[in-house]
Design a protein around this ligand. Structure first.
Ligand code: ZN
Length: 139
């Protein structure tokens, strides 16, 4: 019997509540920790931050769970060699009907033998369904 990739995906590491959250906003226990443990994100930015933190902690399950089913990849693996270095949220907004939102951010990481820091900037789209935000895609 198989429950598929979504059910078997790894939950990753957890940090102490008072540790600095990988997303850089405040301590883990009052930032991304509760969202990683299943609490609904209040805003698109909160969800985006929790997804960055999920990459940093190896929580593939959270990434799958918060990806809109229509755009979710069949398979998702997190490269354990990638070290996430930081997140900067540049801009975010929620539509007046509360059902969609966008977050523009810059994330940096390093990987491979050289460990050179790389940076990406993305404008992500989110939708809210039955009280929960989902990542849709990047513009
Ligand atoms: Zn956080």
């Amino acid at each position: 019997m198989s429950f598929g990739a979504a059910a078997s995906a790894h939950r990753g590491r957890r940090l102490a509540a008072e540790a600095a959250c990988p997303c850089g906003r405040r301590d883990f226990g009052s930032c991304c920790g509760p969202v990683l443990d299943g609490q609904a994100a209040e805003t698109p930015e909160d969800l985006m931050r929790s997804r960055y933190t999920a990459f940093a902690l190896g929580d593939a399950r959270h990434l799958v769970d918060t990806w809109f089913p229509g755009t979710r990849p069949d398979d998702l693996t997190i490269d354990p060699d990638t070290e996430w270095m930081g997140l900067v949220v540049l801009d975010s907004d929620t539509a007046s009907d509360g059902r969609s939102g966008r977050v523009r951010f810059r994330a940096s990481w390093r990987e491979g033998a050289a460990r050179e820091v790389a940076t990406m900037e993305e404008d992500s789209r989110f939708v809210r369904r039955v009280g929960r935000w989902y990542y849709v895609d990047a513009l």
